[in-house]
Design a binder for this molecule. Structure first.
Ligand code: NI
Length: 227
């Protein structure tokens, strides 16, 4: 399941994040890559332990916690600290798959990457190319979203970033471990959550059928969640 989550950051928050990261010291993006990714990756990145990445990452994490759509779709257990990258002058990231287990350097924090996320931090009118192409069950999907919007997709999927031929593509990216490991189970829970919410708008949260369906949701989550 690929899901676009609009307005994770407000325009003011995008501006704040950009002010912080644009003043940071950028390095070659291969700092975070595995051997295979390093062959395909051409971009710049903020060092993950830099003050700028930590401060801007904190703003992103706070925003994620406020997004009901993100929480419902991801059912996050552990989120890797957000990282930041940018592409310019024809840079791209060839077809690859993300590393299954991510370890935060110098700590014992590690996650299984169930979901990958890209949070766009640049107005799409200001650069050409830079689409995130995600291979899915129904063929490749091209994603290029307004600044502040985010895409969430299975970390198991092959994906690439197309060459940026004009301007700069700036984004935050990160991985997370979900409470529900199985992709299909997570999708069913998300569908049910969205359906219950739609019904509750019509009938009210206290309606017996809404209470019943909410119970079904939680019982499935109880069955499938590892926490
Ligand atoms: Ni990737």
């Amino acid at each position: 399941m690929l899901i676009a989550i609009p307005d994770v950051l407000s325009p003011a928050e995008v501006a704040r994040v950009r002010t912080i990261i644009d003043a940071g010291s950028w390095v070659d993006g291969n700092a975070t890559s595995g051997a295979q990714s390093a062959l395909a990756k051409r971009n710049a990145q903020l060092p993950e332990d830099s003050a700028a990445a930590r401060e801007a990452g904190g703003i992103v994490l706070d925003a994620l916690g406020r997004s009901a759509l993100f929480v419902a779709a991801a059912l996050p257990l552990k989120v890797f600290p957000p990282l930041f990258n940018r592409y310019a002058g024809g840079q791209d990231f060839g077809l690859h798959v993300d590393t299954a287990v991510r370890v935060k350097r110098g700590s014992d924090f590690r996650i299984r990457s169930d979901l990958s996320a890209t949070l766009f931090l640049e107005d799409p009118a200001d650069y050409d190319g830079g689409e995130l192409m995600i291979e899915g069950q129904f063929g490749p999907q091209s994603v290029k979203l307004p600044a502040g919007h985010m895409v969430l997709y299975p970390a198991s999927s092959l994906h690439r970033v197309m060459p940026v031929t004009r301007g700069t593509r700036t984004a935050s990216f990160f991985w997370l471990q979900s409470m529900v490991r199985d992709e299909e189970s997570r999708r069913i829970l998300f569908d049910l959550d969205q359906a219950v919410q739609a019904v509750s708008v019509d009938k009210g949260l206290a309606d017996p059928s809404v209470v019943h369906l909410t119970g079904v949701y939680h019982n499935l989550l109880r069955r499938w969640a590892d926490v």
